[in-house]
Design a protein around this ligand. Sequence first.
Ligand SMILES: NC(=O)C1=CN([C@@H]2O[C@H](COP(=O)(O)OP(=O)(O)OC[C@H]3O[C@@H](n4cnc5c(N)ncnc54)[C@H](O)[C@@H]3O)[C@@H](O)[C@H]2O)C=CC1
Ligand SMILES: O=C(O)[C@H]1O[C@H](OP(=O)(O)OP(=O)(O)OC[C@H]2O[C@@H](n3ccc(=O)[nH]c3=O)[C@H](O)[C@@H]2O)[C@H](O)[C@@H](O)[C@@H]1O
Length: 433
Amino acid sequence: MNVSIVGSGYVGTTVAACLADLGHEVTTVDIDEDIVDAINDGDAPIHEPGLDELVAEHGGERLRATTDYDVIRETDLTMLALPTPSNDDGSIDLQFMEAGASSVGEALAGGDDDGPHLVVTKSTVVPNTTEDRLAARIAEAGLERGEDFLVASNPEFQREGTAVEDFLNPDKLVFGTDDERATALLHELYEPLREAAAGDVPVVETGIPEAEMIKYANNTFLAAKVSLINDIGNICKELCVDAYEVADAIGLDDRIGERFLRSGVGWGGSCFPKDTDAIIAAARDLGYDPAVLSAAVELNDAQPERLLSLLDDHVDVTGKRVAVLGLAFKPGTDDIRNTRAVPVIEGLRERGAEIVAYDPVATENMRERYPDIEYADSAATALDGASGAVVVTDWDEFAALDAEFDAMTEPVVVDGRRVVEPRDGITYEGLTW
Ligand SMILES: NC(=O)C1=CN([C@@H]2O[C@H](COP(=O)(O)OP(=O)(O)OC[C@H]3O[C@@H](n4cnc5c(N)ncnc54)[C@H](O)[C@@H]3O)[C@@H](O)[C@H]2O)C=CC1
Ligand SMILES: O=C(O)[C@H]1O[C@H](OP(=O)(O)OP(=O)(O)OC[C@H]2O[C@@H](n3ccc(=O)[nH]c3=O)[C@H](O)[C@@H]2O)[C@H](O)[C@@H](O)[C@@H]1O
């Protein structure tokens, strides 16, 4: 098939490169010329394992990029993979989606009338957005839904750090449609993926708002699961009980499941925080206050300060050098959006600490946000002379740290991710164990 994808960030580029690898002709449309040039030159615009190889192989050939929306007229369907950030009150900000939908409408209106063009919402949007807001923007170009264009929702469940692997081997595909022609096109699009996937890939055929809600239910359920294990972990810490042994045991109950039971400094990233806020705001708008989700957010917001209060128990960090190990919101990515490192850095600054931060790949992104803190080029350099270290991201390399702690002035390590091995010579505090 010939596919266009509007928005070539974390999701758009990964989906585009994977679809190209599966044999489709794919063009991404982005307003950022650097991203467009990178893809056409065969360079991935973001850090994501496995993506460099795919973009190197297909970029400029089966995978192309452009700033020109008109290209979508030549394609069989268009996916919208545009940002859906939060407004100040937590509600979803649809300005990028609406601008993209308007541009798609204008591009389609400028072409020949050769049947309806399918526009698929890949981005995470609150239920009814695709039909009420995006279809309306497309129609403003003088197009008729059903005649000139169709809309559908096909939410994406990939995680950063494993996005390529996740996209190619999803646990489900969700097709939210109101028209058999749209359903058929989505089946055609994903047929090569289902053939190549390691296991069976079930397809959930449903309505458009249901598909949109499935995405929020999926993300908020997982976020709340982590908050629940953090709540249990905080109790465990008070009781001197190891929350990880508890989690391993309850994870054996397949009604609970072993995944997403790692307690610690909390969930960050580009999606859990904004999606939880967005669905809470949407619910409150309708007069319903979701108590469990609100509590999950509140608990998550408090974990970084719990981490720092454990450090306070051992060191007065005022005027002292403190190492922050890990800046990315999770390992395997350079993404710092809503990383727990930000409240940790803020809390250390409030305490008057001199921060030295280290991350294997996210340093440059964090330097843009905090140009005035010191960045080390290795964990060893960050620890050298530090009075206290806090672990914020569970990068594998932190598990191998050992003699490096000997260079600390006050060897206190507070681990927010259970990654450092406790050893003789350091005071080790786990957040929930
Ligand atoms: N990041 C992730 O792993 C996942 C994200 N999602 C959802 O996917 C959506 C996109 O997220 P990301 O890829 O992370 O966003 P992103 O911010 O990485 O990428 C968005 C891209 O859209 C481009 N853009 C903005 N306005 C545009 C316009 N009018 N026309 C063309 N291009 C435009 C930007 O230049 C950027 O390259 C969001 O709704 C997010 O919630 C869903 C699953 C996973
Ligand atoms: O909508 C999205 O963007 C994506 O959001 C999450 O993916 P992602 O944010 O990339 O990463 P996760 O692995 O889910 O981790 C999110 C946060 O939870 C934290 N986490 C995760 C698992 C756990 O056991 N404990 C824990 O604290 C991580 O450290 C991280 O800060 C979902 O897992 C994806 O399915 C979804 O597509």
